[in-house]
Design a protein around this ligand. Structure first.
Ligand SMILES: Cc1cc2nc3c(=O)[nH]c(=O)nc-3n(C[C@H](O)[C@H](O)[C@H](O)COP(=O)(O)OP(=O)(O)OC[C@H]3O[C@@H](n4cnc5c(N)ncnc54)[C@H](O)[C@@H]3O)c2cc1C
Length: 371
């Protein structure tokens, strides 16, 4: 089951947490606080609520002019598209419990996602390649059975086939330190060529910028999390500056397209970030119209958001570079004197929004233990 978190976040993070604090814009205060929480993302807000529920006075400081952090819904656009954290699934126990606690309706979006699946399309270098032609297409760099896979399924298949250990719960364990290597090095050791890795992993990459800067252990953790959360499905996919285009279907029926979301990740994202917003909008429309001439004159860009140039996130999500799991993982959440650290990047058993909640749970116990 995959659940949409639109009302969930709006209400859980922003409303529910702050309801028990103060509504003053972005500084939720208790006079003479016992604890100051820096950052009103999911982890900070959840920690603040937990500490308040345990009798402490809490002040929350937030740098942005809004709460929610990397969870961000564009309520002024049709269908209320998401530009940040947007779906939860069956293993998101803490998120689901929070939804129940705050009386938030969760919506099963699987039918909409499944409807999108049928519409997957591949564009490479400006060329539309029907998926039935892909296995024998001249641009297909894969070998043997892998030729049958669309580019976005190749890396997963490689990881499934070759991931060197299955003890994924303990992805960070010292026993696996030898795998704290780059994904590029790992895939190359399994026979993948640069062309395969560029297309199958680097194209609109999910983590990091290229296969060189992501640790295999990070990938093992993410894989594990995805495996226990079957159902995170992308809609239809393209190559080029547009990266991945998702049809958002949040109208009255499961099939009504309310907007398109263009996800520019990795090198695509860095490229788009080099333009000012107006030029980026023009480029996105021009690229779309080039690939889909029938859309000419019909589209306009409702909003552009860059997580990378946003100083309060400086990227979409944290990753460990090769070697960093060994070097930093154990230290990353270590308290320093009276400072305690939470945030998705400190979680070890879950990722994304659930990771934020996991870290809030740990940090709350640490703070309560220390006071
Ligand atoms: C594009 C995108 C898509 C995603 N999709 C999903 C998804 O589908 N499912 C999922 O589970 N997760 C998803 N995630 C990840 C999820 O959104 C995050 O893991 C989660 O929201 C992180 O919460 P956090 O509290 O750890 O950090 P954040 O949300 O980053 O919160 C940190 C807060 O601290 C504030 N802050 C930072 N510096 C300062 C400062 N110096 N002073 C004061 N305040 C400061 C920030 O403004 C922010 O409010 C996605 C993220 C992105 C960017």
């Amino acid at each position: 089951m995959s659940l949409n978190r639109r009302q969930f976040v709006a209400s859980t993070a922003a409303t529910a947490a702050l309801a028990s604090l103060s509504r003053t814009a972005w500084t939720a205060s208790s006079a003479d606080p016992d604890v100051i929480v820096i950052g009103a993302g999911l982890s900070g807000l959840e920690a603040a609520v937990t500490l308040e529920e345990n009798g402490l006075k809490v002040r929350v400081l937030e740098g942005r002019q809004r709460v929610g952090g990397r969870v961000y819904t564009l309520f002024d656009l049709p269908g209320h598209p998401e530009v940040g954290g947007n779906s939860i699934a069956n293993a998101y126990g803490r998120c689901l419990a929070a939804a129940e606690k705050y009386g938030i309706e969760v919506v099963n979006v699987m039918p909409r996602l499944m409807a999108n699946r049928a519409g997957q399309e591949l564009f490479l270098g400006g060329e539309h390649i029907p998926l039935k032609d892909w296995p024998t297409h001249r641009r297909n760099p894969f070998t043997a059975d892998m030729k049958k896979l669309p580019p976005w399924a190749w890396a997963d298949a490689m990881f499934k086939q070759h991931m060197p250990f299955r003890d994924l719960q303990n992805w960070y364990d010292e026993a696996h330190a030898q795998y704290d290597i780059s994904i590029h090095e790992f895939l190359a050791s399994k026979g993948a060529t640069d062309a395969m890795i560029r297309l199958g992993y680097d194209t609109n990459i999910a983590y990091g910028t290229t296969a060189y800067d992501v640790s295999l252990l990070q990938q093992a953790f993410s894989d594990h999390w995805q495996n226990v959360n079957r159902g995170a499905i992308m809609a239809f996919s393209r190559d080029g500056p547009l990266g991945l285009v998702l049809a958002q279907k949040f109208g009255k029926t499961d099939t009504e397209v309310t907007s398109l979301t263009v996800w520019c990740r990795g090198l695509n994202g860095l490229y788009i970030d080099r333009f000012n917003v107006e030029d980026a909008k023009r480029m996105i429309i021009a690229e779309f119209e080039r690939l889909r001439p029938a859309s000419k004159g019909l589209l306009k860009v409702g909003a552009v958001h860059s997580w990378t140039t946003d100083p309060f996130s400086a990227g979409d999500w944290a990753i460990f570079h090769p070697g960093q799991v060994r070097e930093l993982r154990a230290a990353i959440a270590q308290p320093h004197q009276r400072l305690f650290f939470c945030g998705e990047h400190t979680s070890i058993g879950s990722r994304g929004m659930e990771g934020a909640f996991e870290s809030a749970e740990r940090v709350s116990l640490e703070v309560l233990g220390a006071i």
